[in-house]
Design a protein around this ligand. Structure first.
Ligand code: NAD
Length: 495
């Protein structure tokens, strides 16, 4: 990170806000800690209400100064330049993600930073090739009309993002918001400010007009997140995070009747039919339960396995889970890093205890690994598998957001669909079967925004992404993002 954003060349680094084209500090700071060993990554400026207000005013001024009037081709070129900028500093982005999250280096490379770049490139391509609706209309009196749609930017978009996939989820919103001609005030999670600060540096170096992109650091309630969402100068809030936080933000924006897009929590199911490719299903469930230490909104924490293969599946999942290597990011053998923080570990461990109280049998894990070195100060837990809980148990209904799944047997297709849908959440599901018709039938009946058949976490950025029920409001991705980040006007012309 260069001196411009980090404030000083000597340690500890200081992550500053980026407002109106300048990196600015604030008097109050908080610590950004490395979850591998608890060491200090950086001090981070905490935005007060006046700083957030300055950021929103700068964004509004940039909007009025003509950002919204730029052509799609011009904005596509800016997005490509940002993507090039991330690519040029790829290793720094990887280091920032790893320092803030402790995830394996390879994951930061192949998933987080690669997707950050892809988000900018995808929306650059999409706006270059996007088209609008047009209808020829014939009225009863013989009049002929042409209806066509034009798109306008919303104005200033407030972006509030979580810590679990920091750059990926921030850029998933920044790219389409800018692509559609909006100006942005972004607030990344207080747990993971590093890659967002680097993104501000890249955008600064790319020469985007001042005020088009602004970044404020800080916490959520009664802090930067809340100041941003309740600011009267923003036109929309796009938020990814916990369902409870989404509900709070919804109340905050209600008076202003602002447009919202919410990508929230999940309690996702994996369904394994007896006719599934057994090894692929075991591998798929290991991936869907333990990727990023279970801290992906799409992870499956509920696994339903058809009774004839239940015992065999539990044994195979246990064996495969025990091959996972929990450790430090730079060790090439590591397949699972720590949780994001000590406080999140406390939450996950409270579910480990609760599961036992609720009557679970712990198939594997259930505790904290010991290393005999600095990692013992980190936020690690063991990948954990439970069986034996009733469907109504809190550990089967509430999102843990850790490396854990509960496996339950089922007998019929109708029964398992009912149990999958009997959830307050509706984000994603994966179904493992070689019975083609059944796969499609079950996918159609599952009440989630996303269903994978014999796959998990395969993402095509043009497809709709989002959840039902407590898992969110709206869809982003492809033209769905273009729709959210723009206002449509229908023009009806007599011809
Ligand atoms: P969180 O809700 O605690 O925080 C997310 C962001 O909201 C942070 O930037 C935080 O500072 C801010 N915030 C918190 N309270 C706020 C308030 N009152 N007003 C305004 N902003 C506020 O979520 P998290 O712990 O960072 O992320 C994990 C959660 O995110 C999990 O529930 C996970 O399922 C969910 N998630 C969902 C998706 C999805 O696409 N559906 C993707 C990733 C994560």
């Amino acid at each position: 990170m260069n001196q411009e954003a980090s404030g000083a060349a000597h340690a500890p680094r200081l992550f500053r806000h980026y407002i109106d084209g300048e990196f600015v500090a604030s008097a109050t700071t908080f610590d950004d800690l490395n979850p591998v060993d608890g060491t200090l990554v950086a001090r981070v400026c905490e935005a007060d209400e006046a700083s957030v207000d300055r950021a929103v005013r700068a964004a509004r001024a940039a909007q009025r100064a003509g950002w919204g009037e730029t052509t799609p081709a011009q904005r596509a070129a800016w997005l490509q330049r940002i993507a090039d900028g991330i690519e040029a500093r790829f290793d720094e982005f990887v280091a920032a993600e790893v320092a803030d999250t402790g995830r394996p280096l390879e994951q930061a490379r192949s998933l987080d930073v690669a997707r950050g770049i892809a988000n900018f490139r995808t929306f650059a391509d999409l706006i270059r090739t996007s088209h609008n609706e047009c209808f020829e209309t014939h009225a009863a009196d013989g009049g002929e009309f042409m209806n066509y749609v034009t798109r306008k930017p919303l104005g200033v978009v407030g972006i509030i993002s979580p810590w679990n996939l920091p750059l990926l989820l921030l850029s998933w919103k920044v790219a389409p918001a800018l692509a559609m001609g909006n100006c942005v005030v972004a607030k990344p999670s207080e747990e993971t400010p590093g890659s967002a600060t680097l993104l501000a540096e890249v955008i600064h170096a790319a020469g985007l007009p001042r005020g088009v992109f602004n970044l404020v650091h800080g916490h959520g309630p009664n802090a930067a997140g809340e100041f941003l969402s309740r600011h009267s100068g923003i036109a929309a809030v796009t938020f990814t995070g916990e369902s409870r936080t989404g509900s709070t933000i919804m109340k905050t924006v209600a008076d202003g009747v602002k447009k919202i897009s919410f990508e929230l929590g999940g309690k996702n199911a994996a369904v394994v039919f007896a006719d599934a490719d057994f090894d692929a299903a075991v591998e798929g469930v290991v991936k869907s339960s333990f990727t990023n230490a279970g801290q992906v909104c799409l992870c499956s924490e509920r696994v339903y396995v058809e009774r004839p293969i239940f015992e065999r599946f539990v044994a195979a999942l246990k064996a495969r889970t025990e091959t996972l290597s929990v450790g430090a990011p730079e060790d090439p053998a590591t397949t699972m890093g720590p949780l994001i923080s000590q406080s999140h570990r406390e939450k996950v461990l409270s579910y480990f205890r609760l599961a036992v109280e609720e009557g679970a049998t712990v198939v594997t894990g259930g505790g904290v690994p010991t290393f005999g070195d600095a990692r013992d100060s980190g936020a690690f837990v063991q990948p954990t598998v439970w069986i034996g809980l009733p469907d109504g148990a809190r550990c089967v209904t509430e999102e843990v957001f850790g490396p854990v799944c509960h496996i339950a047997p089922f007998d019929t297709e109708a029964e398992v669909i009912g149990r999958v849908n009997d959830s307050a959440y509706g984000l994603a599901a994966s179904v493992w079967t070689t019975h083609l018709a059944r796969g499609h039938r079950v996918a159609k009946r599952i009440e989630t925004g996303i269903v994978w058949l014999n796959a998990w976490f395969v993402r095509d950025l043009r497809t709709p992404f989002g959840g039902t029920k407590l898992s969110g409001i709206g869809r982003e991705g492809g033209r769905h993002s273009l729709d959210f980040y723009s206002e449509l006007t229908n023009v009806c012309v007599r011809v």
